[in-house]
Write a protein that binds this ligand. Structure first.
Ligand code: NAP
Length: 241
C-alpha cells in the first residue's frame, strides 16, 4: 500500500486503532482521525516507532465543520477511507429516548455518509479508491435492545451498495465489513452472563480479535480486492451466515 493515503475514522482505540496500525504496517500513510487527541498522538508515535507513516487529525464525524476541516487539510490525498467511528446507545425501543436514537444514527450512519461525500473526490479524480465501511452482523440478524444501532448499521449496508454503484465507473470500490463480537470498549460493558450467552451462539466459540477485523479491512482496501464492490464481508466466527 506504499503511496496510498488512508483515513481511518475512530482510530483512537479498538477496531479503528487496529486498522490504522495494520494499514500502516502494509505501507500506507495513515491519517488517524477521532476526538481523543492524546490517544491519537500515542498511536501515531507507535506507528512511527515501527517505521510507518501516520498523522493525527482531530475529527468529530457528528460535526460537518470538523469533517470539512480535515477535508481541507488532507482531502486531496486520501485514497482509502475506513468509516469505522461508531457508538452504541442501547435500550428497548419502547423506552428509547429521541436523543439516543439520533446520536447513534448521526454518528454511525450520517457520519459515514458525510465522510464518504467529503473524501471520495480525490478517489474519483484519480480513478482509484477504496471505501470500507464498518457495519456489524446485527445489521443482518437484528438485535433486541439495539434498534438505533442496528438501524444505523443496516443503513450503512444500503449506503455501501448504493455508493458502490455510483462510483464503480471510476474504479472506486465501496465495501463493508460486518464484525461479530469483538473484545473492545464497546463490548466491555457487557456482564459475564450476556458475554457467555453471545459466545454460546458463535460457532467458532470465541470472540473476534482486533487483527482479524483489521485484516479484512486491509484486504478490502488493497489492490487485490479491485474486483469486489458492494460486498458485505462477515467477520463473525460464523455468528451470522
Ligand atoms: P470503541 O472501542 O468504542 O471505539 C469507537 C471509536 O469510535 C473510538 O475511537 C471513538 O473515538 C470513535 N468515535 C466515536 N464517536 C466519534 C465521533 N463522533 N467522531 C469521531 N470518532 C468517534 O468501539 P469498537 O468496538 O472499536 O468499534 C469500532 C467500530 O466497529 C464501530 O463502528 C462499531 O459499531 C463496530 N463494531 C464493533 C463490534 C464489536 O464487537 N466491538 C462489532 C461490530 C461492529 P473518540 O472517542 O476518540 O472520538
Amino acid at each position: 500500500m506504499t503511496d496510498r493515503v488512508a483515513l481511518v475514522t475512530g482510530a483512537s482505540q479498538g477496531i479503528g486503532r487496529a486498522c490504522a496500525k495494520a494499514l500502516a504496517s502494509r505501507g500506507a500513510h495513515v491519517v488517524a482521525g477521532a476526538r481523543q487527541a492524546d490517544k491519537l498522538a500515542a498511536l501515531v508515535e507507535e506507528i512511527r516507532a515501527d517505521g510507518g507513516n501516520a498523522d493525527a487529525v482531530q475529527l468529530d464525524v457528528q460535526d460537518q465543520a470538523s469533517i470539512d476541516a480535515v477535508a481541507a487539510s488532507h482531502g486531496k490525498s486520501i485514497d482509502i477511507l475506513v468509516n469505522n467511528a461508531g457508538i452504541t446507545g442501547d435500550g428497548l425501543a419502547m423506552r428509547m429516548r429521541d436523543d439516543d436514537w439520533q446520536r447513534v444514527l448521526d454518528t454511525n450512519l450520517t457520519g459515514s455518509f458525510r465522510c464518504a461525500r467529503a473524501f471520495m473526490r480525490n478517489m474519483v479524480r484519480k480513478r482509484w479508491g477504496r471505501i470500507v465501511n464498518v457495519a456489524s452482523v446485527v445489521a443482518l440478524s437484528g438485535n433486541p435492545g439495539q434498534v438505533n444501532y442496528v438501524a444505523s448499521k443496516a443503513g450503512i449496508i444500503g449506503l455501501t451498495k448504493s455508493l458502490a454503484l455510483e462510483l464503480a465507473a471510476r474504479s472506486v470500490t465501496v465495501n463493508a465489513v460486518a464484525p461479530g463480537f469483538v473484545d473492545t470498549a464497546m463490548t466491555g460493558e457487557l456482564d459475564e452472563e450476556a458475554r457467555a450467552r453471545i459466545l454460546s451462539q458463535v460457532p467458532l466459540g470465541r470472540m473476534g480479535q482486533l487483527d482479524e477485523i483489521a485484516g479484512a479491512v486491509c484486504f478490502l482496501a488493497s489492490e487485490e480486492s479491485g474486483y469486489i464492490t458492494g460486498h458485505v464481508l462477515n467477520v463473525s466466527g460464523g455468528l451470522y451466515m
